[in-house]
Design a protein around this ligand. Structure first.
Ligand code: MRU
Length: 367
């Protein structure tokens, strides 16, 4: 995807400098900065403190972190396992993180230590490439949904899509999940307009999704999180597409806090609610989303303090909440499968049911 006309991925390696390069998402949209990470610990900090975020991007970054871990382990399986655990423990909800680290460990398991560095770099590049190509395919599979809506609309009216949080290319290595059908449709000449939920408390929609769509020239409008239901009641939304951080084998969807409320409003208004995901986001071991998906709780400061640009151009934090009131900060919620119209994956679209998912992904090692 593009930043001021230049193509970028969210994470890549520089083997000569032995560093992993990431786009520091904490600075967007105010500044565009690339950060170098030179140890697995620095990668862990970047994931925990959300320099990088979004399920696919976290997974790919951790995969590159395993390359740095292999360099640091110097042939010790115990040290490698320790660094791998430190990466996995950074964020509990996004499945892609554990998936990528487990895949890297598995690839190294039977290799002699002198092959670890080379193999883990190749593994990380493969995970990043796969993430980009899976997201591109999600776009190709989702495109007909948007073109069918467009054909039903009078004149050349834009398809109105609502999305929550940032499941765009910044949340993956490229293309994004929820945004991939939008980018595909936009490039195919289908008029699209995106309602972007601001997504409190960290404002991934207002800051990241809006910035991405602007860089790709996709018309969009940022709304407060509570506006979606009103827009749906007034025929201003044709389809909702979100991403997901972990989806069970039965189709329950964990995604950024507030997603469930959008699904309820969409259901009440007969608006299709789709979730886009690569297969690396499925948790094949988990069936009960409400009971078994770990929901990350983050620092309450994210609720009470907000960062923004002042009229004078500086970046500042301001306090929003009554100083002596406690805060709570659940980062994700679970939308039950019954509220999900369909899952858009790299293999096609399926119902959010265990049977339909298993038909699309027959060999997954599900219990
Ligand atoms: O906490 P974040 O920013 O890492 O949250 C992840 C997300 O961006 C969303 O939940 C997104 O919709 C799914 S991630 C592809």
């Amino acid at each position: 995807m593009h930043v001021e006309g230049h193509p970028y991925r969210t994470v890549w390696s520089d083997p000569e400098q032995a560093v992993v390069r990431i786009i520091d998402q904490r600075k967007i949209p105010w500044e565009f900065e690339v950060e170098d990470l030179s140890s697995a610990q620095e990668v862990a900090t970047a994931i925990r403190d959300m320099h990088v975020r979004g399920a696919g991007c976290i997974g790919a970054t951790a995969a590159y972190g395993m390359w740095l871990a292999a360099r640091q382990a110097e042939g010790s399986p115990e040290r490698l396992a320790e660094l791998a655990s430190a990466l996995v423990e950074t964020r509990p909800t996004a499945r892609n993180l554990g998936w990528a680290v487990e895949r890297q460990l598995e690839a190294l398991r039977d290799l002699p230590p002198d092959k670890w560095v080379e193999a883990s770099l190749a593994g990380a590049e493969a995970i990043a490439d796969e993430d980009a190509s899976w997201c591109k395919r999600i776009g190709q599979h989702g495109l007909p949904l948007l073109s069918a809506i467009h054909e039903q609309k009078p004149g050349n009216e834009p398809v109105q899509v609502l999305t929550h949080c940032n499941a765009g290319w910044l949340a993956f290595t490229d293309w994004g999940s929820a945004t991939a059908p939008i980018y595909a449709a936009h490039r195919a000449g289908i008029p699209i307009h995106v309602w972007v939920d601001e997504t409190r408390p960290r404002n991934q929609g207002a800051r990241l999704t809006a910035w991405e769509l602007q860089n790709e020239g996709v018309p969009h409008t940022v709304i407060v999180d509570n506006a979606g239901g009103h827009l749906m009641q007034h025929d201003q939304v044709d389809i909702v597409i979100t991403g997901t951080d972990r989806t069970t084998c039965s189709g329950d969807v964990a995604n950024k806090i507030g997603t469930y409320l959008k699904a309820l409003a969409a259901h009440d208004n007969d608006i299709p609610f789709y979730v886009a995901l690569p297969s690396s986001t499925f948790d094949w071991e988990c069936r009960d989303g409400m009971g078994d998906i770990p929901i990350e709780e983050r620092n309450g400061d994210e609720v009470s303090i907000v960062e923004g640009r002042t009229n004078k151009g500086g970046l500042e934090e301001v306090h929003l909440v009554n100083p002596d009131s406690p805060t709570s900060n659940y980062a994700f919620d679970v939308t039950p499968a019954r509220l999900v119209t369909g899952l858009i994956t790299e293999r096609g679209i399926c119902d959010a049911t265990e049977q339909a998912i298993a038909t699309l992904f027959p060999s997954t090692g599900r219990k």
